[in-house]
Structures are given as structure tokens and as C-alpha cells.
Design a protein. Structure first.
Length: 138
């Protein structure tokens, strides 16, 4: 059993969902693990990770619109000193989650045909995002 761990820094992104599957695949090659599992963890409370359709861009537009309707511009938010997008970012992060576990088969992510890994950026002006990637297997 081998364990490989590294950090991936993602440059600041505009608010929305951003496909990062290729960046994760590149790190997977460095691990030399053929069969196992990858854990991807984001070290932030106003961004998230999710798996969704990776072909039709209207899916990520619909995702952003849904979460905007769900969490943005609520008059009852108390936590507002970091800006009006901060508390909605925390809620979206909690709903979508901060980590993913994906099987590795034959040295590749064992995702479905239409699945991709997304960074959900929930702030209007975010900074760098740090992911911890842990790969366990043989």
C-alpha cells in the first residue's frame, strides 16, 4: 500500500463552477498508483468541490443560478463583515462539500463518461484556493 500526498494551488477564479479534472489527472500521474482511491480536500469555507456533467456548459450555468437563488441576498444574514457574498459562500460550501473520494482504476480516475470535477467558487473576488490531494493504493 502506498500513500501519495501533495498540494494543488488553484489561481483565483471568477464566481461560478470551474472544471479542474485535468489538473487532478496530472497529479494522479505523479503518484504512480494504479488501483486505489483519491481524496481531494479544499481548505476553504467559501468554495466547494463537486462532480457534475462535464460537457454541456449550461449545466454549470444552471448550477450557479440555482445556488444564487437559494443562498444569496438574504436580509437575515448576520455574518456580513466580509461582504455580501461571504455568508452565501459559506452556505454553498456546506451544501456542496469540501472533499471528494474517487476510485482509481488502471491509473485513471474512475469517473463516469460525462462526469467532471468542479471547483465551486462562491466569492466574487476570491484568492488562491488550496487543495490537498491524498492518493492511497497500489
Amino acid at each position: 500500500m502506498s500513500i501519495y500526498q501533495t498540494t494543488l494551488l488553484l489561481k483565483p477564479q471568477v464566481r461560478g463552477f470551474h472544471l479542474i479534472t485535468d489538473k487532478i489527472n496530472a497529479l494522479l500521474l505523479n503518484s504512480k498508483i494504479s488501483t486505489g482511491i483519491i481524496n481531494i480536500f479544499i481548505k476553504h469555507t467559501s468554495a466547494s468541490l463537486t462532480i457534475n456533467e462535464n460537457v454541456d456548459p449550461s449545466v454549470i450555468e444552471d448550477m450557479e443560478n440555482f445556488f444564487t437563488d437559494l443562498a444569496d441576498n438574504k436580509s437575515y444574514y448576520i455574518h456580513t463583515y466580509e461582504g455580501p457574498d461571504d455568508m452565501p459562500g459559506h452556505i454553498k460550501s456546506s451544501l456542496l462539500g469540501q472533499s471528494l473520494n474517487i476510485p482509481i482504476t488502471d491509473g485513471k480516475l474512475n469517473l463516469g463518461t460525462w462526469q467532471g470535477i468542479y471547483l465551486g467558487e462562491h466569492r466574487d473576488r476570491a484568492g488562491l484556493r488550496e487543495l490537498v490531494i491524498t492518493i492511497t493504493g497500489e
